[in-house]
Design a protein around this ligand. Structure first.
Ligand SMILES: NC(=O)c1ccc[n+]([C@@H]2O[C@H](COP(=O)([O-])OP(=O)(O)OC[C@H]3O[C@@H](n4cnc5c(N)ncnc54)[C@H](O)[C@@H]3O)[C@@H](O)[C@H]2O)c1
Length: 393
């Protein structure tokens, strides 16, 4: 069996625990090197995984001979590492988000497109493992099936991202403009922003309200409410925070033929007997709803999901010279466009038309970094169970 030679970069919570965990179990993988700028981490993980430790990813690329790399460093490093990997013709699986902002995301995409012209089988994947979660898969299945007819409104309240001050204090890069480039939209919500665009596309207009350090001692946003307008008239609401407990994860997707509601591990489909829009135009009745009924949609919650599934698809694609991925790297820019658009709207107090001036957004970020007066407190939170970071209960 062709074992794909993989180098793993960034050995923190997600790299050193989650990725290492499944990579060492896969027969189709040879982990040829692990890299972290912190030497002790690199050596510890290398010893655990029976591979070679590096502190410089370029040295790892030179010496370990990887065919593919998994990038699990803090966000800003995703761009230079992926660009370097593509320039060397290496396949890339990048942790979310693809970048901090659209300008950097485009650099990675450009590097990929350029490299692909020389290496047509080059694979570029994003770690958007929430796309594999059974409820979201089913939601996508129903939305794509068109049963709801013309979509009119989507409301996603996702406030189940509770984070304590101790979480924010657990890493020097966290929740700073210079280290992370944003707050909830950059760290927790890339999955939700990707999910939103995966289901409905990128909105045409974005209006955002972001509160900076409202509940936590941080200099980035921890509460966001956004309003989206799509071509065709559908509107969207996106309400997220890391400062609410118990949180809510409620997804309402409304169309002329009914409504799909996901909450508390239940998916309910309301079905109108006739199109609500048709009824609205044609009925002579002044009140009363369209006749409807509802059903709970069965979902196979035992289906395999998570990081491992995304990585396995990626590895299969590398081995086969192409194939389906859970999320293509180039799609990473879409959710980022929504997230940056929300922040740009919040900064300017104006509705943003998409595409917007991405240079303007980058300039604002650089200015925030330059003028930052925030003093970061870092307290080591010790070993963290990362499974709690991407599960929403
Ligand atoms: N898919 C998910 O559900 C999920 C969950 C958590 C984190 N993440 C993402 O994974 C990435 C890492 O997050 P984390 O929580 O593991 O952070 P972390 O701080 O625990 O780990 C990051 C590691 O990268 C190392 N590092 C920094 N710069 C480096 C460089 N240039 N080269 C090599 N190593 C470098 C650091 O020393 C650290 O060990 C982030 O992009 C984050 O958004 C994804």
């Amino acid at each position: 069996m062709h074992k794909v030679k993989i180098g793993l970069i960034g050995l923190g919570n997600i790299g050193g625990n989650t990725h290492c965990g499944y990579l060492t179990e896969l027969d189709s993988v040879e982990l040829v090197g692990v890299c972290d700028v912190v030497k002790e981490k690199a050596e510890k993980v290398a010893a655990e995984c029976g591979t070679v430790a590096y502190t410089d990813y370029k040295e790892m690329f030179d010496k370990s001979g990887p065919e593919a790399v998994i990038i699990a460093t803090p966000h800003y490093a995703h761009t230079p590492i992926s660009v370097e990997a593509f320039e060397r013709g290496l396949h890339v699986l990048c942790e979310k988000p693809l970048a901090v902002h659209v300008i950097d995301a485009q650099k990675s995409i450009d590097a990929y497109e350029k490299a692909k012209a020389v290496h047509p089988k080059l694979v570029f994947g994003m770690m958007f493992q929430e796309r594999t979660l059974p409820f979201y898969r089913k939601l996508k299945d129903i939305v794509d099936g068109g049963e709801l007819g013309r979509l009119t409104r989507v409301t996603w309240i996702n406030t189940a991202w509770f984070r304590s001050q101790a979480y924010y204090d657990s890493g020097d890069w966290r929740a700073t403009w210079a280290g992370e480039g944003g707050g909830i939209l950059t760290n927790q919500c890339p999955h939700n922003l990707d999910m939103y665009q995966w289901l409905f596309g990128v909105p045409a207009r974005i209006s955002g309200h972001a509160h900076i350090g409202k509940y936590h001692d941080i200099e980035v946003e921890d509460e966001v409410t956004a309003y989206f307008e799509h071509e065709g008239g559908m509107i969207g609401h996106f309400i997220v925070t890391t400062g609410e407990s118990p949180g809510t994860n409620r997804f309402e997707i409304v169309g002329e033929n009914g409504k799909l509601v996901y909450e508390n591990e239940k998916l309910i489909l309301y079905r109108n007997r006739i199109s609500m829009l048709k009824h609205l135009r044609e009925t002579t009745e002044k009140f009363g709803n369209v006749e409807s009924w509802y059903t709970e949609i069965p979902v196979n919650t035992k289906a395999p999901s998570g990081h491992r599934v995304v990585a396995e698809k990626f590895i299969e694609a590398v081995r086969n010279g192409g194939g389906e991925l859970i999320a293509h790297g180039t799609e990473g820019i879409k959710g980022l466009t929504i997230g940056n658009g929300i922040m740009l709207s919040s900064f300017t107090g104006k509705t943003v038309d998409v595409p917007f001036d991405a240079d303007d957004y980058e300039r604002r970020l650089l200015e925030l970094i330059r003028t930052s007066k925030y003093v970061k407190t870092v307290r080591d939170a010790g070993d963290t169970d990362m499974s709690a970071s991407f599960s929403q209960v």
